[in-house]
Design a protein around this ligand. Structure first.
Ligand SMILES: [Ca+2]
Ligand SMILES: [Ca+2]
Length: 329
C-alpha cells in the first residue's frame, strides 16, 4: 500500500462529515506538503516538510526605519550615552546600513518607544550582529512576556524572534541594549507588528462530541514564539481556553466574550515531550514535558465549558507543529 493510501485508511474512521471525531491523532510528519488535512481548517496554515506551519496575517509595521536605510534621527534613540550611536555601513543584514552602538556603560543602545494595549498580541523580529561584549533585547517593562537574555554568537547576524501579549497597557522600549559596559553591536531589520489571536488558530470541524478532552501537541519551537492549542472554543473564536508554550515557558489563558485573561501566567517549563491540557468539567490542568505546570484551575464560564471545538494554534512560521492529539477525558 502506498504512503497516501495508508494515511487515508488511518484517517477515514475518524472523519465525520468532513471533520474529526474524538479521539484522533494527527502526525503531521507523515503528511505531504500542501493544505491541512480534511477536518482541519486554517487559511494561513500549510503542511511543509513534515510539519504544520502557520504564517499568521500581521498588522502594520510599528517600527520606524527598521531596516536602518534612512537617517535614524527622530526614529531611533540611544537609551543612554553610547560613545558611538550611528547609521553604519560596516555591517548590513539588508541593504547598505545597520545601526551601530559602542557602549561604555550598561543599558546603552537603540530603542523606540511603542505604546501597547492590554491583551494585544505582537510579533517581533530583529537581527543583531555582536562584535564584542553582550547585549539584551529590548526593555519591555514586563508588558510583553520577556525572553531571557540572548547570548548571540559574535561576528555574525543572529536572528531574534518573539511573540507575546501585553499583560498590561503602556509603553515598551523596543531595541537592543548593552549588557556588558563596553559592548559593540549592530542591529538591522527590526519589526514589530500586531497579531490577532484568531490569526493563530486552526479549527477542527465539525465539532468533536465532547468538551472534556486531553489535548496535546508536540512541536519544534523557535524560542520565544508561542505555539499550543485551544480547547472549548466557539465558532466565533471569542470564547475558549488556550494552552501555550514558547519553548522555555508554558501558560494557560482563557478568552471570555473576546476578553483575554491569564489563568496560569507564563511559568518556566521546557516543552520536552510535548504540551498537554486536560479538561474535565470545570477543572483544567496544564502539563509541559509530562510535568504539571501550576495547580489545578477552575474554569466555569458558561460561554466556555460546554464548547466542543478544539484545535492547534501557532503564532510564528518558524515554529513546527509535529503532532496533534485530542482524546476524551
Ligand atoms: Ca555612556
Ligand atoms: Ca539595513
Amino acid at each position: 500500500m502506498n504512503r497516501k493510501r495508508r494515511l487515508l485508511t488511518r484517517w477515514m474512521p475518524v472523519l465525520m462529515g468532513g471533520g474529526f471525531r474524538v479521539p484522533y491523532t494527527i502526525d503531521f510528519t507523515e503528511l505531504s506538503d500542501g493544505a491541512l488535512p480534511p477536518g482541519l481548517t486554517g487559511a494561513t496554515w500549510a503542511i511543509s516538510s513534515g510539519a504544520a506551519i502557520n504564517t499568521p496575517t500581521l498588522g502594520n509595521e510599528l517600527i520606524l526605519d527598521g531596516d536602518i536605510e534612512t537617517a535614524i534621527a527622530g526614529k531611533w534613540y540611544d537609551n543612554g550615552t553610547a560613545t558611538t550611536f550611528e547609521q553604519s555601513s560596516e555591517q548590513a543584514h539588508s541593504g547598505t546600513y545597520s545601526l551601530k552602538t559602542i557602549s561604555d556603560a550598561l543599558n546603552e543602545g537603540p530603542r523606540q518607544v511603542l505604546s501597547v494595549a492590554q491583551w494585544n498580541w505582537y510579533s517581533i523580529q530583529g537581527w543583531v550582529w555582536l562584535t564584542s561584549g553582550s547585549f539584551r533585547l529590548g526593555d519591555q517593562n514586563g508588558r510583553i512576556v520577556n525572553p531571557p537574555n540572548v547570548d548571540a554568537p559574535t561576528g555574525e547576524w543572529g536572528k531574534w524572534i518573539q511573540t507575546g501579549w501585553a499583560a498590561v497597557a503602556g509603553n515598551i522600549y523596543a531595541g537592543a541594549l548593552s549588557r556588558t559596559a563596553v559592548s559593540q553591536f549592530y542591529i538591522d531589520d527590526f519589526s514589530w507588528k500586531q497579531i490577532t489571536v484568531p490569526a493563530t488558530m486552526a479549527a477542527s470541524l465539525p465539532h468533536s462530541q465532547t468538551s472534556n478532552v486531553i489535548a496535546s501537541i508536540t512541536a519544534t519551537i523557535a524560542p520565544y514564539a508561542w505555539i499550543g492549542l485551544w480547547i472549548c472554543q466557539d465558532e466565533a473564536k471569542t470564547n475558549g481556553i488556550m494552552a501555550l508554550s514558547n519553548g522555555v515557558q508554558a501558560a494557560l489563558l482563557k478568552m471570555v466574550d473576546g476578553t483575554l485573561s491569564q489563568v496560569i501566567v507564563p511559568t518556566a517549563a521546557a516543552i520536552g515531550a510535548g504540551l498537554e491540557v486536560r479538561k474535565s468539567g470545570s477543572t483544567v490542568k496544564l502539563f509541559s514535558n509530562s510535568i504539571q505546570v501550576g495547580t489545578d484551575q477552575t474554569i466555569s464560564d458558561t460561554s466556555i465549558i460546554g464548547n466542543t471545538i478544539h484545535g492547534p494554534m501557532n503564532t510564528h512560521p518558524d515554529n513546527k507543529l509535529l503532532t496533534l492529539s485530542v482524546l476524551p477525558n
